[in-house]
Design a protein around this ligand. Structure first.
Ligand SMILES: O=c1ccn([C@@H]2O[C@H](COP(=O)(O)O)[C@@H](O)[C@H]2O)c(=O)[nH]1
Length: 233
């Protein structure tokens, strides 16, 4: 299976985001909308992407009481989002509420966020988590599985063992992807697209390596070709 590339539209405006979408054209079919663009522009930008036939990963990183998470997941489904994120550490009741809310929206997949890719073993003690990223990811991936989530978000470095913890066909979505020669910026658990694909990621999320590249179309093509894929589908 080819891993699909999702380009993160971390932009301050709709105009900037859509300019990038226009540059990539038919090559890219999946985009991530996160807190910056959503807060700046509201849900209309998601509707616009969906209207253009793009698949939208709405990265809300929900961590709330079950009723609020459930309502937000329904709102994501109504917008036509294809994926939405919930912090796995919110607990199994919250994850189950998210999955139940998504059942009315067949296109919508609930992803449980395990450990954010900017963290390493060094930061976990100060936030009261398991002593290693590996252990914390394992705990939360198992929780996601028993709660019925469609997949998880983790770094590509954990993807291989995550595949042994989740039901077959689960999504493993990996941010922290670095193209050759690009900076890792604030990411800590980084990997190349080729590594992520080999490790079993179903999707790679790439932001700045593409959006801030001199030639975003060429950067996107290089990510695809390094994974042995000919197109985004
Ligand atoms: O653990 C996580 C969860 C989400 N993200 C998001 O992915 C992109 C990565 O952007 P880059 O510019 O390629 O670093 C960004 O939108 C994050 O919010 C993540 O990085 N790690």
């Amino acid at each position: 299976m080819f891993a699909q590339v999702i380009v993160a539209l971390d932009f301050p405006s709709r105009a900037d985001a859509i300019a990038l979408v226009d540059k990539l054209g038919q090559d890219c079919s999946a985009y991530k909308v996160g807190l910056q663009l959503l807060t700046e522009e509201g849900p209309e930008v998601v509707r616009e992407l969906v209207g253009r036939g793009k698949s939208v990963f709405l990265d809300l990183k929900l961590h709330e009481i079950p009723n609020s998470v459930s309502s937000a997941v329904r709102a994501a489904g109504k917008l036509g989002a294809g994926m939405v994120t919930v912090h796995a550490s919110a607990d199994s009741a919250v994850l189950r509420a998210a999955v139940a809310a998504a059942t009315d929206y067949p296109q919508l997949k609930v992803l449980a966020l395990t450990v954010i890719t900017s963290l390493t073993d060094n930061e976990l003690p100060e936030i009261g988590l398991a002593p290693s990223v590996r252990l914390q990811v394992e705990r939360l991936a198992k929780l996601a599985a028993v709660s019925g989530c469609h997949g998880v978000v983790a770094s590509a470095n954990e993807a291989t063992y995550i595949t042994t913890l989740l039901p077959a066909g689960s999504l493993i979505v990996t941010p922290g992807i670095q193209l050759a020669g690009a900076s890792s910026n604030d990411q800590a658990r980084v990997a190349t697209p080729a590594f992520a694909r080999q490790a079993g990621a179903s999707h790679v999320v790439i932001g700045r390596s593409i959006t801030q590249a001199e030639n975003p179309k060429a950067a996107f093509a290089s990510a695809l070709s390094s994974m042995g894929a000919r197109n985004a589908g």
